[in-house]
Write a protein that binds this ligand. Structure first.
Ligand code: C2E
Ligand code: MG
Ligand code: MG
Length: 698
């Protein structure tokens, strides 16, 4: 008895202390016993449960139905496996219980069905959380924009996300079970292996490297790969491999790098890259003693073409020129474009100066060939400056400066040629710079003066007009001829205001002569025009104002334009000349035969006369070629309804030949040298009769 009592007490104590809920129900589900833990677990008093039916007591429909089933199974003698049940507590919260049923209806001590229930709500919600988290991570991994793979110790993939598969151009299934290394671009596999090996030395660190990966389309991709080991309780699980696609970033970076050192129009190296290569070449030359040569090439009058034809054509021209230059030099020479129409060539290993001259000559010849632009042909020439460093001691800056200086000398001595730098060139360049600066000052100080050279009507032998020629009376250097400063005046822009001043003075002079004789009001005045002036938008208006101010009949003004200025069949040039022509002025082509152009422009431009260049007149009657050319030009003029003027006539023979050919006008030292306006006053008064009719006296 004592033993039974002790056992009961022990049992009761266990029940009282247990956090599990123990219920005893009968075959209908009526609750006979409930352990006190119901009050702590679901806060329902034991008293209110006793006698009520468990089917109703749980408060959750799903569990009620389950309970009905359990009772059915028990009543039909079956065993019931443990199950989960949800129960509502006094506060309305749902708890999940794990229930174990023991049918002890036949046990005389119990006489009921025992249900042991343990609250597993916390465990349950933790499980749900884990599941949710797992799903979340999986979807995050799967949908990550960056490629992710989980990789075994041996490098074999067992998970790859969509982004990685796409990056590699494969299906995710194909990525799995492949070694990561096999996707790496063959040239980068060594680097990858090094990276993989380093994982063993620093197992907890993340290693990162940018590598190329193969792609089925044949073009490799750049990827930033990072690998980190994942551990669970210090035990290695797998490697997490991330690959970020950096192909685009790479190509932008590469492009930027390329752009920084190349000229976008021609794709040639720019100044930056050139100077770099020049530096390398110089230090190499110090060792080899072979010397370095730099050719500085500048297209002649490119600005005229660019301004008149437009920038698109200008660009095309530069591209063609760059190709021709490239084709004229050796493949190892560096050709760069410094911007505008400046090209620079670096030649190494040239010991013989003649070789450099040959290259320069080849360049000039190749550039001289006509260039098709739109539906017209353009002729360009170039001026080349050459500088050499034999010791390798020079700096890139000084060599480039010297080549540039020599190039300017090539321009000054008539363009379309090459000049080698020497110290004299340098001194001259410095002087030139001073001249350039001094020019604006000279203009404001009235240092530009005019001389006039008579033009003779060959039939009558009388004066028909003058050509206005400018010169510079420099207070320090004295008389400076136009050949020495017109080029610079064009480059500096001084020619624009200077040209207007020249026109105005020339007009004032012929207006002054008006009353001198019966013929004086018919005298013509030839005025030279620079291309730079024609491209000035206000030019026509300025000319109109000057003619109005000086009251000169526009028909007496003959503008001289060189062939080269007209060389481009430019709509804008034609338009400008047409507008001038509408004022009533005349045009003549100066230095005819020396420029490069097709004859078709003669039809398009409103030209009235051709002025045969002195170079051809020179050999007239002596040299068969010159005679043939002058003959041809005079016939051409007449065939086109134009007049012919010969300039630079120095001998009676030349004059006689010109007369025979029917050339209308002549100008030259034979008749008179250019001189100041007032020296011609008497000649004008005399109707030009003094000049000579038949018996020239020099
Ligand atoms: P151009 O227009 O062909 O002028 C003719 C040049 O030949 C003048 O030289 C003249 O003095 C020279 N000359 C005339 N007759 C003879 C001769 O019988 N023998 C020789 N050997 N030479 C003769 P200049 O004055 O030195 O002018 C040179 C060039 O400068 C001109 O060539 C012209 O292109 C330019 N120029 C002169 N004045 C002006 C001007 O006012 N404006 C512009 N834009 N250019 C000008
Ligand atoms: Mg002239
Ligand atoms: Mg001339």
């Amino acid at each position: 008895e004592r033993e039974i009592y002790a056992s009961e007490a022990r049992f009761s104590a266990l029940i009282q202390q247990s956090s599990d809920i123990t219920l005893v129900i009968d075959s209908k589900g009526i609750i006979k016993f409930a352990s006190p833990s119901v009050e702590t677990k679901i806060r329902i008093p034991v008293k209110s449960l006793i006698g009520s039916n468990i089917i109703n007591a749980v408060g959750v429909k799903k569990t009620s139905l389950k309970t009905i089933n359990v009772l059915k199974e028990l009543n039909s003698g079956q065993k019931v496996a443990p199950f989960e049940a949800e129960v509502v507590d006094a506060d309305g919260n749902i708890h999940t219980f794990e229930c174990v049923i023991n049918d002890l209806r036949n046990d005389s001590a119990v006489r009921g069905i025992v249900c042991n229930s343990r609250d597993i709500s916390d465990r349950k919600s933790a499980e749900i959380q884990i599941m949710k988290a797992k799903a979340l991570y999986e979807s995050a991994l799967e949908n990550a924009p960056i490629g992710v793979a989980l990789v075994h110790q041996d490098g074999q993939c067992f998970f790859a996300n969509e982004a990685l598969a796409e990056f590699l151009g494969k299906e995710p299934a194909d990525v799995n079970a492949t070694r990561i290394r096999d996707f790496v671009y063959p040239d980068d596999r060594f680097a990858f292996s090094n990276m993989w090996d380093s994982l063993e030395q620093r197992p907890t660190e993340r290693t990162t490297k940018e590598l190329r990966f193969e792609h089925p389309d044949g073009r490799h991709r750049w990827g930033n790969i990072s690998i980190q080991a994942a551990y669970d309780d210090d035990v290695f699980q797998y490697h997490v491999v991330q690959i970020e696609d950096t192909t685009e970033r790479r190509s932008i970076a590469e492009r930027l790098e390329y752009q920084a050192i190349h000229d976008p129009l021609t794709g040639l190296p720019n100044r930056l890259l050139f100077v770099d290569r020049l530096e390398v070449a110089l230090s190499r030359s110090k060792r080899t003693g072979l010397g370095v040569s730099v050719l500085f090439l500048d297209l002649d009058r490119f600005k005229v073409i660019n301004d008149s034809l437009g920038h698109v054509s200008g660009d095309q021209l530069l591209v063609v020129a760059s190709k021709r230059i490239k084709a004229s030099v050796r493949p190892n020479d560096t050709l760069a474009r410094f911007g505008g129409d400046e090209f620079v060539i670096l030649c190494e290993d040239i010991t013989d100066e003649n070789q450099i001259h040959e290259i320069a000559q080849r360049l000039l010849e190749n550039i001289n060939r006509p260039i098709m632009l739109g539906d017209g042909e353009v002729y360009v020439t170039a001026s080349i400056g050459i500088a050499r460093s034999l010791s390798g001691e020079d700096t890139p800056e000084t060599i480039l400066r010297d080549a540039d200086t020599a190039m300017y000398r090539a321009k000054d001595s008539g363009r379309n040629r090459a000049e080698v730098f020497d110290e004299r060139t340098h001194a001259r360049a410095v002087a030139n710079l001073e001249t350039g600066n001094g020019m604006y000052r000279a203009l404001s100080q009235n240092e530009f003066r005019m001389r006039y050279q008579p033009i003779i009507n060959l039939k009558s032998g009388r004066l028909t007009g003058f050509e206005a020629l400018v010169y510079w009376q420099d207070p320090h250097r004295g008389h400076v001829g136009p050949a020495d400063f017109i080029g610079l005046a064009e480059e500096t822009g001084v020619i624009v205001p200077l040209g207007l001043k020249i026109l105005e003075e020339a007009c004032i002079e012929i207006a002054r002569w008006n009353s001198f004789s019966s013929q004086a009001s018919q005298l013509t005045m030839s005025v030279n025009l620079s291309p730079r002036q024609i491209s000035e938008p206000t030019f026509v208006e300025e000319v109109r104002k000057i003619l109005e101010r000086t009251k000169v009949n526009p028909a007496r003004i003959w503008f001289e334009i060189t062939e080269t200025a007209l060389m481009v069949d430019a709509d804008s040039t034609i338009a400008m000349l047409d507008q001038l022509k509408n004022l009533g002025v005349h045009f003549e082509v100066d230095d005819f035969g020396t420029g490069f152009s097709s004859l078709s422009y003669l039809k398009k431009f409103p030209v009235d006369a051709l002025k045969i260049d002195q170079g051809f007149v020179d050999g007239l009657g002596r040299e068969p070629e010159d005679t043939a050319i002058v003959t041809a030009v005079v016939s051409l003029s007449h065939a086109l309804g134009l007049q012919a003027i010969a300039e630079g006539v120095e001998t009676p023979l030349q004059m006689a030949e010109l007369k025979t050919l029917g050339c209308e006008f002549a100008q030259g030292y034979l008749f008179a040298r250019p001189n100041h306006a007032d020296t011609w006053d008497d000649v004008v008064r005399d109707d030009g009769l003094f000049i000579f009719q038949d018996e020239p006296t020099k």
